[in-house]
Ligand binder design. Structure first.
Ligand code: PHE
Ligand code: NA
Length: 446
């Protein structure tokens, strides 16, 4: 009896939930286009370094706080702070996180809506026999159609909020992790196919031969932000999962395996996409449309291309669905903490995120040239500042709290990695992660 129960214990559920949150648009859509805009190999190198030096240790800090507090993020932070004799204001880090994911979800939902549109078009066989230029033109036409884009954004957000309201995320996560290996397999096939194309050599050297003279403070800011974003770290979203983590599950192993998986997916997608870019003489810095134009071209070259492309968009949609559920959860939990029922909380969050998302929708047509702040339109703003500034700021506060404010015995017990493991982790966070995040943030602001 216990044997069978053990298989579906929260030990497994925990890894499923964290992987579901991590793997999403960040890997397949955002990673390639940001890499393309930031010079390729330099960006990749910095991003991997930041994943190792910041992403994994801060992810451990975040989950550790949840496991030590065993409450919602705001409550855990407040409770642990008061037990440590520190200020109760630490709990506002949880609210800041909820605000960050609120902004992120607004554009995440819009771009996930693009996947819905592409899924429908792929099923209808729209991409078969089209050239890269024709597919690019089709995508531009879609971007210029705010009504259609708003429809898909609405559909995706309704899908997300229904699951959140019903609280059936566990079932979806299992389905997700049952089907995700298929997504990896598809990407692997694509990357393998890419190796036979004319652009492969150029793509590989562009991705893996860094020109260190191209390192600038802004490239570092982008790479650091993406490391936090792709691992879903810095918004207290993973902290909530830590509260349900079993006592003796290895936190370092969980964090490291999620990071390896996440980077692998991004690399496979990058190889597949940039091989098309260089085979077709396209511009790597094409921007947010990069994946949506290159992957249909790549799949079209495979036998049964329309089928594989449809399957790909279906799986991508599933991956973004589980990520967006994780994005919505902190806000819904916060409203619930303020006494709202779960259904109402989900409706309120859904409606406000939806409204903000409309600005992103219009950013590709009527509001394309409306500069909200720093010369950026609404989409550019919400898809840059929250992932690249707010997440690292949240991560910084989380790291300071875990490594400096929490008493060592409390932190060590929650980390559960032995005295040596604890001291390695804490020194890494204290002397590497925290100063590095600060330096990059400050140099970016200057
Ligand atoms: N990690 C997700 C992705 O790569 C995005 C995300 C960010 C999810 C922050 C939750 C919290 O797509
Ligand atoms: Na990710």
């Amino acid at each position: 009896m216990n044997e069978t129960l053990e298989r579906w214990s929260s030990r497994r559920a925990f890894i499923l939930a964290v992987t579901g949150a991590a793997v999403g648009l960040g890997n397949i859509w955002r990673f390639p286009y940001i890499t393309g805009e930031n010079g390729g190999a330099v960006f990749l190198l910095l991003y991997v370094a930041f994943v190792i030096l910041l992403g994994v240790p801060v992810m451990m800090a975040e989950i550790l706080i949840g496991r030590a507090g065993r409450r919602s993020p705001m409550q855990s932070l407040g409770h642990l702070a008061s037990e440590a004799g520190a200020s109760g204001h630490w709990r506002w880090v949880g609210l800041f996180g909820a605000f960050t994911v609120f902004c992120i979800l607004s554009f995440y939902s819009v771009v996930s809506g693009w996947s819905i549109e592409f899924l429908v078009e792929a099923v209808n066989g729209e991409f078969v026999g089209r050239s890269a230029a024709e597919i690019g033109a089709g995508f531009d036409a879609f971007l210029a159609d705010p009504a259609l884009m708003a429809f898909n954004h609405t559909l995706f957000l309704v899908m997300t909020m229904l699951v959140v309201a019903a609280g059936v995320t566990k079932g979806l996560e299992r389905l997700n992790n049952f089907l995700m290996p298929l997504l990896y397999l598809l990407l692997l096939v694509l990357a393998g196919h890419a190796a036979t194309t004319s652009g492969f050599g150029e793509a590989v050297s562009w991705l893996f031969k860094p020109d260190l003279s191209a390192v600038t403070p802004m490239v570092m800011v982008h790479a650091m932000g993406h490391a936090f974003f792709t691992l879903a770290v810095g918004a207290c979203a993973l902290m909530a999962y830590g509260a349900y983590m079993p006592d003796h599950q290895s936190l370092s192993r969980a964090a490291a395996s999620v990071a390896v998986l996440d980077v692998t997916v991004a690399l496979l997608a990058g190889i597949a996409i940039f091989s098309v870019v260089f085979s077709q003489g396209m511009d790597p810095g094409e921007g947010p449309g990069l994946m949506f134009v290159t992957l249909p071209v790549a799949f079209a070259e495979l036998p049964f291309g329309a089928f594989w492309l449809s399957l790909f968009f279906l799986l991508l949609l599933l991956a973004t669905w589980t990520s967006s559920i994780n994005l919505a959860e902190p806000m819904v939990a916060t409203l619930q903490g303020w006494g709202l029922g779960r259904g109402k909380a989900a409706a309120v969050v859904g409606l406000t995120v939806w409204s903000l998302g409309l600005l992103s929708v219009l950013s590709f047509s009527t509001m394309a040239d409306v500069q909200i702040l720093f010369g950026m339109n609404a989409f550019a703003l919400v898809s840059t500042i929250p992932p690249e500034i707010f997440l690292p700021m949240g991560g910084l506060l989380i790291a300071i709290f875990a490594a400096w404010v929490l008493p060592a015995p409390v932190a060590s017990r929650a980390l559960d990695a032995g005295p040596l493991g604890f001291s390695v982790w804490r020194n890494l966070v204290r002397w590497v992660s925290i100063p590095l995040t600060l330096v990059v943030l400050v140099s970016g602001l200057i």
